[in-house]
Write a protein that binds this ligand. Structure first.
Ligand SMILES: COc1ccc2nc(C(=O)O)sc2c1
Length: 242
């Protein structure tokens, strides 16, 4: 998969050189390129914004500069992603869908946002998909943090990136559709708190059942909406009794 990220703060994306995503890039599993939007400016001051039509506070990012950048980067089959507070919610299901695609272009807005004609124009471009998304019900100062989240959430789903793909199933918001169960390691007692006895039993069936029950109880307590969203076949009779 190729991912192009366009931003006026390229250094904001430096964390993507580290850890799991960094390893995926080194292994050739992810072709990630970060671009400075100002490379597509044409004036001495490398201007990317201007005052909003209709008045109001702040500045708006210019469509002509974004147009030159996106014309260079978008191809047949590209998915243009625009982080924005007014976007649809980015979820694990979104990440799973994006992880099946070949080319993502993430346009990081700043100031009051990108001129609306940019999304409108590229939505009509043959072979290009455009999506505006938000991380959640809060507002950041720009799209870069959302880009970091998106790239990591997608990259870790690419084949070969995570050591044990099975771990993707039981993690929170994974294929099981539940929050993950609590995890423990040595020492068996810490701060006068013991590890649940069942986890020391070596009885794999009981351990699996205990973990499933913990995931269900946690999900019911913290995110009942996730339980409501489960398909009927995702809960067995024991689950329903828990
Ligand atoms: C101007 O660009 C922005 C500004 C705020 C913002 N907030 C996001 C969020 O997902 O919360 S994406 C995003 C993009």
């Amino acid at each position: 998969m190729r991912v192009d990220v366009v931003t006026i703060f390229p250094d904001y994306l430096a964390p993507l050189d580290l850890s799991l995503v960094g390893k995926a890039r080194t292994a050739g599993l992810l072709d990630l390129r970060v671009h400075d939007l100002r490379d597509w400016t044409s004036d001495r001051h490398r201007t990317v914004d201007d005052t909003p039509f209709g008045g109001g506070a702040g500045m708006v990012m210019r469509p002509d500069v974004w147009g030159r950048a996106l014309d260079d980067l978008l191809d047949e089959g590209s998915h243009l992603l625009l982080p924005t507070p007014s976007g649809t919610r980015f979820t694990q299901r979104t990440a799973e869908r994006l992880a099946t695609e070949t080319h993502l272009v993430v346009a990081c807005g700043r100031y009051e946002g990108i001129d609306a004609r940019v999304a409108e124009h590229y939505a009509t471009r043959s072979g290009v998909t455009v999506s505006e998304f938000s991380l959640g019900d809060y507002v950041l100062n720009g799209g870069e943090v959302a880009a970091l989240v998106l790239v990591e959430a997608v990259a870790r789903l690419l084949p070969g990136v995570v050591g044990n793909p099975e771990s993707l199933v039981e993690e929170s918001h994974g294929a099981a559709g539940l929050l993950e169960y609590p995890v423990y390691t040595k020492p068996p007692t810490w701060a006068e708190l013991d590890v649940p006895e069942v986890l020391l039993s070596g009885h794999h069936g009981r351990i699996a059942r205990w973990r499933r029950d913990q995931a269900l109880v946690r999900t019911a307590a913290r995110r009942p909406d996730l339980l409501d969203a489960l398909a009927p076949d995702q809960l067995d009779a024991h689950d329903r009794a828990t």
